[in-house]
Ligand binder design. Structure first.
Ligand SMILES: Nc1ncnc2c1ncn2[C@@H]1O[C@H](COP(=O)(O)OP(=O)(O)OP(=O)(O)O)[C@@H](O)[C@H]1O
Ligand SMILES: [Mg+2]
Length: 200
């Protein structure tokens, strides 16, 4: 049809997982700006790294200054931003790496697309469910203040919706537990999955 036929390579995900001694999948952190996604992903990666798990962290702002620097925050650009990130995550998963992805990911439709791209068995959704009030109080990057003044368009929680996940694998309110407690909960949750031999 379009003259493209993907090659089927001899070394597969399961071979890389065997070599690394653990499974690979993506842990996707979704939540408002300032909810704690990057902080949690960073702390979790340090923990996983220290126990010998191969990891890679994909984070909103870092991706937006690089591969996705041509994209803005309209609904269409947010979707393309996330589609590319999901495809990147899929490559890393295939390469045997546990991916930690920290993106606001406000629309349900986009989260479903990501799950479809990486395959449901490779997708763990963590809802960093810190209230808008708390995120705005923190205002780590000064963005809420700008958004309230109308200086930023399409700002999630202020001038653009955040559609709450209905069935996340974990729900974390960073105003109610410490980063260490949250990391511990995530580790407990992924323990079986890291060791599983079924998600090939
Ligand atoms: N228990 C906690 N877990 C995580 N972060 C916390 C916690 N308590 C306080 N914080 C603070 O909340 C802030 C969260 O900022 P962070 O950059 O991680 O948010 P984010 O969700 O990645 O935002 P953005 O979408 O803008 O990148 C940090 O300043 C962090 O220190
Ligand atoms: Mg962040």
């Amino acid at each position: 049809m379009n003259n493209i036929t993907p090659f089927s390579f001899g070394i597969r995900k399961k071979d890389r997982n065997k070599l690394n001694g653990h499974e690979s999948f993506v842990i996707w952190f979704t939540g408002l700006s300032g909810s704690g996604k990057s902080t949690l992903a960073n702390a979790l990666e340090e923990k996983l790294f220290s126990i010998g798990v191969k990891t890679y962290l994909l984070d909103g702002d870092n991706i937006r200054v690089g591969i996705n620097k041509n994209l803005k925050f309209t609904a269409a650009d947010r979707e393309e931003n996330l589609r590319r990130i999901a495809e990147i995550a899929k490559l890393f998963i295939d390469a045997g790496t546990v991916v930690l992805a920290a993106f606001i990911t406000p629309y349900k439709k986009n989260r479903l697309l990501i799950e479809k791209i990486v395959a449901p068995q490779n997708f763990i959704e963590i809802y960093v469910n810190t209230s808008l009030e708390e995120c705005e109080r923190r205002d780590c990057k000064g963005l809420y203040e700008k958004a309230r003044k109308g200086e930023i368009k399409n700002f999630t929680g202020i001038s653009d919706p955040y559609e709450e996940p209905e069935n996340p694998n974990l729900n974390i309110d960073t105003a109610k537990e410490t980063t260490e407690e949250s990391v511990e909960r995530i580790l407990n949750f992924i323990q079986n999955k890291l060791e599983s031999k079924t998600n090939e």
